[in-house]
Design a protein around this ligand. Structure first.
Ligand SMILES: [Zn+2]
Length: 269
């Protein structure tokens, strides 16, 4: 963490601003809570569908296995409230090759994630929706490639269709935006289960924080693929969770929400 006074002023400012942001209520944003009639209206209104994707994965001794699901689901809900979008039932499993040997990681294959994502988006299209944001809270390379490839295959299938039905899909990780704050407010090397991630969970689900955690680091080689990544990640985390706070988490989450609201506005054009 760096930035001292400036950062604290910013955190407080963000805290205050969060209170005055207005939007539609929470019970109007979850797709699966709609009735058949409400879905027809949502299609007519050309609503954007946000699909949160997470993982069930170890996050050190201080964070829950659901850490990567909690974050994008929260962001998706807040963005949907501000943009009158809908949040699809979240995908709570992900591809976790690096942390697979730690207790609690339940990893699915690249092909499973690719296939289910493709099928879900196709089903929304069959229902008449055409604008999508796939938002992953787990930024593992293989996870992101599976999601991007699924979106690409959907786009290829609908290529050349009538212009009115034009499909648009964005794929990103909320960490694409969270990590913009590294170097400025947080350590350059902060990562899995570190200050940023711990702060974010503290702001969203403080009841799930299990102590302050240990500082961890990665000795994983840059290019070599190893059979036992666990041995290169002694604490199962990268960064210092002891520097985390709910206030920092709120600041980070608000930054991500703002950036993703902008993406949705772009998708609506
Ligand atoms: Zn994570």
């Amino acid at each position: 963490m760096s930035g001292g006074k400036t950062a604290n002023v910013l955190f407080s400012f963000e805290l205050a601003r969060n209170v005055i942001v207005m939007g539609v209520s929470e019970d109007k944003v979850w797709f699966a809570d709609l009735s058949m009639e409400e879905v027809k209206d949502a299609v007519k209104a050309d609503k954007v569908i946000i699909l949160p994707v997470g993982s069930v994965e170890e996050h050190g001794s201080h964070l829950p296995l659901s850490t990567d699901s909690i974050q994008p689901e929260h962001i998706a809900m807040e963005v949907a409230k501000r943009t009158e979008s809908l949040v699809a039932p979240p995908m709570k499993y992900g591809v976790c090759p690096t942390t697979r040997d730690f207790p609690g990681t339940i990893s699915i294959s690249f092909h499973s994630l690719h296939r289910i994502t493709r099928e879900i988006v196709e089903e929304f299209i069959r229902n008449g929706f055409r604008r999508f944001l796939i938002l992953s809270g787990h930024a593992d390379e293989e996870q992101m490639v599976a999601l991007r490839l699924a979106a690409r295959h959907v786009m290829w299938r609908h290529k050349g269709e009538n212009g009115n039905r034009k499909i648009r899909i964005m794929v990103c990780a909320d960490y694409d935006f969270a990590y913009q704050l590294r170097g400025k407010y947080f350590d350059e090397k902060d990562g899995h289960g570190g200050t940023i991630e711990t702060s974010r969970v503290m702001a969203i689900r403080p009841d799930l924080i299990k102590g302050e955690g240990k500082k961890g680091f990665s000795k994983l080689p840059r290019f070599e693929i190893v059979a036992d990544p666990k041995g290169f990640l002694p604490e199962g985390i990268i960064g210092d969770p002891r520097a985390a706070s709910a206030e920092k988490g709120l600041f980070i989450n608000n930054h991500i929400i703002e950036e993703i609201v902008r993406l949705i506005e772009e998708l609506k054009r």
